[in-house]
Design a binder for this molecule. Structure first.
Ligand code: ADP
Length: 309
């Protein structure tokens, strides 16, 4: 069983417009509303892959209920209820552009933050791997993921952390290390306050920094350039073929799903990295965020090359 944690989920609303007019009325016919947040994308892709998956996080109000009712039935729901209302995130698609209006989301008070830790401990039973994705809600301290990782480690569960900024920095500087982190180049650059190139030697130097010590797997996703990874002291480059891309949003979440599945099934390094990248690519080939068409999986799988570098 893989448990996905989404602490600040959303209802993702997409409005399709011919053009967006400012300071007047825009009427929308094509409206889509789906449960959103990076961890829920991970859960949906794991579900597409046929894995047993359980989704958790903090939800509140009617929009929280919407999340529970609109996730696929085969995903087990283990959410924790808070007093505040789950947020809406609006994406307006117009003139080939995307304008987003993202609510901050509910404030989680200290009792609720402690409450989720207890809930998390309780639902860890029977879980092999935990994924934790996305930003922390307002009110949760930067070291909150560290608390969850400490518990997961104490119970012998593997963890995949996909977050950025201060939440990631706090974990890297703390004592409780996740099994895997999956930054992209922008997230690494933000963390290190310097440019990070795609060059293998530069990436090696970056991942050898003491900041990353103690983390078993670091998988840097490189979009159309595949991925670069460090497992203990071995470095890998994953080369991927050129594909036709429809919507790459959520590809990183899809990659996290592949990593979690690889860990849960005790796959070797080559298999884990291949699965992670194939799922990222399959997501990029779909219009819907956090969805993969498994019919194309085997064909793509044959075309990837994982090289030790
Ligand atoms: P994130 O969404 O976290 O920034 P990436 O954009 O690096 O993550 O995407 C994750 C993975 O998805 C990549 O490592 C790659 O395998 C696949 N992918 C993403 N974008 C593309 C693309 N344009 N072409 C081919 N594969 C892609």
């Amino acid at each position: 069983m893989i448990l996905t944690v989404t602490l600040n989920p959303s209802i993702d609303i997409s409005y399709q417009l011919e053009d967006l007019a400012i300071d007047t009325v825009n009427r929308v016919i094509d409206v889509r509303k789906t449960p959103g947040g990076k961890g829920l994308n991970v859960a949906r892709v794991l579900n597409d892959l046929g894995e047993s998956v359980s989704a958790s996080g903090c939800i509140g109000g009617e929009l929280g209920d919407f999340i529970v009712h609109h996730l696929p039935e085969t995903i087990e729901k283990r959410f924790f209820k808070i007093a505040g209302d789950t947020r809406n995130c609006i994406a307006i698609l117009h003139d080939g552009k995307q304008t987003e209006i993202l609510e901050q989301g509910p404030l989680v008070d200290p009792d609720e933050a402690d409450g989720f830790v207890n809930h998390f401990k309780y639902i860890l039973d029977g879980v092999d791997v935990v994924t934790m994705s996305g930003s922390l809600p307002a009110g949760m301290p930067d070291d909150y993921y560290g608390r969850l990782i400490r518990l997961a480690n104490a119970f012998g569960k593997k963890t995949v952390l996909d977050c950025s900024g201060n939440a990631l920095k706090s974990v890297l500087e703390g004592d409780d290390k996740p099994t895997v982190i999956k930054p992209n180049r922008d997230e690494l650059a933000q963390l290190l306050e310097r440019e990070v190139s795609k060059d293998v030697d530069d990436l090696k130097a970056v991942l050898n920094q003491p900041l990353f010590a103690g983390i078993e797997w670091i998988i840097v996703s490189l979009g159309a350039d595949g991925a670069f990874a460090k497992h203990y002291d071995t470095f890998y480059k994953v080369d991927i073929p050129k594909i036709e891309v429809l919507n790459p949003v959520g590809s990183g979440d899809s990659t996290v799903a592949g990593i979690a599945s690889g860990l849960a099934n005790h796959e070797d390094d080559q298999a884990l990295l291949t699965k992670a990248n194939v799922l990222g690519m399959l997501n990029a080939q779909e219009k819907t965020t956090g969805h993969v068409n498994m019919a194309n999986y085997d064909n793509l799988y044959q075309k990837l090359v994982v090289r030790e570098v």
